[in-house]
Design a protein around this ligand. Structure first.
Ligand code: CA
Length: 268
């Protein structure tokens, strides 16, 4: 190699490194100024329905165009098939008072209901409510949904657990972040069109999560959903997201709320 070629190579290398350095610096600055693209939404109420004030809502979902709900608390945990229009309970079973029922979902005809700190996920036939068995859950059970293949669970942390529906073993874990910061207290879940919607315990907002990256791409402000005039001493937090695939409609409620709402998002 001639001296000229060596010099040319060094200059070329220096320029390449300079360009790469500038690109890294620029992308860092962009990430700092615009850390993550997050959309903010409020709600438009389309319709309101009666909801059982004694229902401490932990899981809410539609299966075959019908609304189902799991309710918590020791001594009053239950699972219900509800009539959407009237809020009437069509079919119900109660849990032993040792169990605090949590999130629930249906996958392949099986109903899965989590327990809070009892390390069990109960499995039933969704049509008959017949008990089929139980799965061991080493962590707390909070929210539950499914992408049609795996169960997706929260345990009150900022982690989404992707679980094998037959063994309950962890297939994948994804940390949920909003602008780079973990989102703790993830609670009730709903899988909607490839995204995961999650209630955040004690917060009047819902986060919309990319299940692959864990990044929150949207935040829904639900602060004014239940009017002050309908709140009583036992009215508890916002919890319960259900998407009816048959009608492409979204429903929200809360623990011991007197109403369940059909809503649409409005971009802020
Ligand atoms: Ca749900």
């Amino acid at each position: 190699m001639s001296t000229g070629n060596k010099l040319f190579n060094r200059v070329f290398l220096f320029r390449t490194m300079l360009v790469m350095g500038l690109v890294l610096l620029l992308s860092g600055a962009i990430n700092f100024l615009y850390p993550q693209q997050v959309d903010f939404y409020t709600l438009k109420v389309i319709k309101s329905y009666p909801h059982d004030r004694s229902a401490y809502t932990q899981g809410l979902f539609f299966h075959n165009n019908t609304l189902y709900e799991s309710c918590g608390q020791y001594g009053s945990s239950s699972f219900r098939k509800n009539d959407l229009e009237t809020g009437r309970i069509l079919k119900k079973f109660d849990f032993d008072r040792r169990y605090f029922a949590e999130g629930a979902c249906v996958l392949n005809g099986n109903l899965y209901v989590l327990t809070w700190q009892e390390n069990k996920c109960f499995v039933y036939d969704i049509e008959t409510f017949k008990y089929l068995g139980e799965l061991w859950n080493p962590t707390e059970g909070w929210g539950l949904t499914t992408d049609g293949k795996q169960l997706i669970m929260t345990d009150g942390s900022a982690v989404l657990y992707f679980l094998d529906p037959l063994t309950f073993s962890v297939v994948n874990k994804v940390a949920v972040t909003l602008n780079g910061k973990p989102v703790q207290y993830l609670n009730e879940l709903e899988y909607i069109n490839g995204e995961i919607w999650a209630n955040v315990y004690g917060d009047d907002s819902i986060v919309i999560i990319n299940p692959q990256t864990g990044k929150v791409r949207g935040v829904v402000d639900c602060r004014n959903l239940l009017p002050r005039s309908l709140r009583t001493a036992n009215t508890d937090v916002l919890n319960g997201i259900a998407y009816n695939e048959a009608t492409k409609s979204l429903y929200l409620t809360g623990k011991n709320w007197p109403k369940l709402y059909k809503v649409e998002l409005v971009k802020k």
